[in-house]
Design a protein around this ligand. Structure first.
Ligand code: SAM
Length: 288
């Protein structure tokens, strides 16, 4: 069985199976051994670990994971890749391939079944068209996670790490930092993929905090406020919340709640940190 991770082996296996890339599935396969090793190292893969891999493609990263981890479950949406994965992973007895959409999997059930409910590690060269929904689904479903190590667009990695007042700061920064501590492991240029993406990429590890960094009475309300504020970045916090349609309150009531949270209604949402949004949510939750 061929060891994948270079352009020659990748082309050979693709031609053998007459595989054609499908843009709609965000298919950019890794062809660089250094990057593959870096991902496994960044994830801190150990031989007792259970790893959930999202989008194994032809199984390149999967082979590396199988060699380092105890057990790997790989979820792939493209039916044309399943026979290829069966071939490229035939030499490993610690891997299971699931044909399906990651957004439709019951990840809690996976953690229970394969890891006795203990926190799992997620590793992926993510399909870029659904990076945010995948990350948010993992966090918001509150499944037990140890860390999430993913290849994403460089610009998305910057957003995940950004702080208040910067251009990259937004709803994704706040959501990621509420649940995890981000760590940038590597920048990856387009020539490490086949086909080459049009943008630079980065490997980022999100160390899940286990418990959230602050108390908020209604987490969902807090994230609705965050999204409304950033949907209209150029507006004041007050106008963003009133026009955002997330609250059934008068402008005066919203202004009063903002003041009661110790904030200025004229401030822009992009200047606020998690603690301020949490204080605001705790004021607004008092209204029926
Ligand atoms: N892991 C492989 C590698 O590094 O070479 C492939 C990575 S490629 C960027 C993304 C993979 O995710 C593709 O194989 C694609 O078919 C798969 N994919 C796309 N959408 C998916 C979804 N909703 N659920 C599961 N897999 C998906």
């Amino acid at each position: 069985m061929a060891k994948l991770g270079n352009p020659q082996e990748t082309i050979q296996i693709l031609q053998k199976h007459d595989f054609h890339f499908r843009k709609k599935f965000g298919q950019n396969f890794l062809i660089d051994t250094h990057v593959l090793e870096k991902i496994v190292e960044a994830a801190g893969v150990q031989n007792g670990d259970f790893i959930l891999e999202i989008g194994p493609g032809i199984g390149t990263l999967t082979q590396y994971l199988c060699e380092g981890a105890g057990r790997v479950l790989a979820v792939e949406i493209d039916p044309n890749l399943i026979p290829i994965l069966k071939e490229t992973l035939a030499g490993y007895d610690n891997v299971e391939i699931v044909h399906g959409d990651i957004l439709k999997q019951d990840i809690q059930a996976i953690a229970d079944r394969y890891n006795g409910g203990r926190p799992i590690k997620v590793v992926a060269n993510l399909p870029y068209y659904i990076t945010t929904p995948i990350i948010m689904e993992l966090f918001e479903s509150h499944v037990p996670l140890a860390n999430v190590t993913v290849m994403v667009q460089r610009e998305v990695a910057e957003r995940m790490q950004a702080g208040p007042g910067t251009k990259a700061y937004g709803a994704l920064s706040l959501a990621v930092q509420y649940y995890a501590a981000p760590y940038l492991a590597a920048n990856v240029p387009p020539n490490c993929f086949m086909p080459r993406p049009s943008v630079g990429s980065a490997v980022i590890r999100l160390d899940c905090l286990g418990r959230t960094p602050l108390e908020v009475r209604d987490e969902r309300l807090m994230f609705r406020l965050i999204r409304a504020s950033f949907n209209q970045r150029r507006k004041t916090l007050l106008n963003g919340l009133v026009n955002g349609g997330v609250l059934k309150l008068s402008k005066e009531e919203v202004a009063a709640a903002i003041r009661a949270a110790g904030l200025d209604p004229a401030v822009r949402g992009e200047k606020l940190g998690l603690a301020e949004f949490a204080a605001l949510a705790d004021e607004l939750v008092k209204y029926p």
